[in-house]
Design a protein around this ligand. Structure first.
Ligand code: ADP
Ligand code: MG
Length: 288
């Protein structure tokens, strides 16, 4: 039988922004020594807005760069895609069609526009592919930068920014007060990862992590003796969520992430995780 106190706690948690799919996850929440956060949509609001953007070749205007990117991003649900599409609408830039749109998971997106190969990619991937042919744009703190490549040459760049969720500050502080370490694990660039970590007081950040590396990073932390909870939303987070001692799927994310997690964070609010951990500690203290 389910002990009454546990049944009650689970029901209470649902009201408090969490769905506990697997009761062991709730029971084990009190053992967590490290919380690994993804960035977008949990610590931040998850709404990217386009800031500066521009062409890197005479052949293209600044607006061409947005237009080409938007053609591909129509096929994506990534928050970066949503931000780019929004900007194109605001500026009344005419939509163009793309073909063969393919996600480059954790790196960007590619497709064909007017017989040209177009890609919208992360700085890390652009550097790896183009080497010295990329005259890089300096990334400012807080900026998520993507390059638009046309036929494997840099055509332009788009900088986007997200906002830190106001609840994140207290959530991190409370975790530290309870001796739970914090790590930011993101596919985004190191400059934005550093600025978010600094702003929130997060202990460590690991940036430009490709999807398959997320799982390895979780395993490394476990080998160092940490009892790891991880938040994630994307399909590409699923293996790492499954590897974590406790996987926490962020509500608005993919079904695959939810399937592999023991806990679902309905309102994407990091403070709800903190409450869960404290609640778990209090509940099981009562029982023993
Ligand atoms: P996170 O770990 O923050 O969820 P992702 O793995 O989703 O990040 O993406 C990592 C990086 O890959 C992004 O910061 C971006 O540079 C690039 N990227 C991924 N998907 C897209 C897309 N649809 N359009 C443009 N860039 C993308
Ligand atoms: Mg993600």
């Amino acid at each position: 039988a389910v002990p009454l106190v546990v049944a009650r706690s689970t029901a209470l948690s649902a009201k408090n922004g969490l769905l506990i799919k697997n009761r062991t996850a709730f029971e084990n929440a009190r053992k967590i020594t490290m919380l690994v956060f993804d960035k977008t949509g949990t610590l931040t609001v998850g709404k990217f807005e386009v800031g500066r953007f521009g062409a890197l070749q005479k052949e293209f205007t600044d607006n061409d760069v947005l237009q080409l990117a938007a053609a591909l991003e129509q096929g994506s649900e990534h928050p970066i895609a949503t931000g780019i599409i929004q900007k194109v609408k605001e500026l009344n830039i005419k939509p163009v069609q793309a073909e063969n749109i393919q996600a480059l998971t954790g790196k960007g997106i590619s497709g064909n526009v007017n017989q040209k190969k177009v890609q919208v990619v992360s700085p890390g991937y652009a550097k790896e592919k183009l080497g010295n042919a990329l005259s890089g744009i300096d990334i400012k703190p807080g900026e998520t930068l993507v390059y638009v490549l046309v036929n494997d040459k840099p055509a332009g760049f788009i900088a986007l920014a997200d906002q830190i969720r106001p609840e994140s500050y207290d959530a991190i502080k409370t975790l530290h007060q309870h001796n739970i370490k914090t790590t930011l694990l993101t596919g985004d660039n190191a400059i934005v990862a550093e600025s978010v970590s600094k702003e929130l007081g997060i202990d460590h950040y690991i940036a430009e992590v490709l999807p398959h590396q997320k799982l390895e990073k979780i395993r490394e932390l476990q080998q160092q003796g940490e009892y790891v909870a991880m938040t994630g939303d994307g399909v590409n987070d699923a293996p790492a969520l499954a590897q974590a001692d406790i996987g926490i799927a962020v509500g608005s994310g993919s079904d695959v992430a939810a399937e592999t997690s023991g806990i679902i964070l309905v309102n994407s609010n990091p403070q709800d995780i903190v409450n869960l951990i404290l609640f778990g500690k209090a509940t099981y203290r009562k029982m023993v």
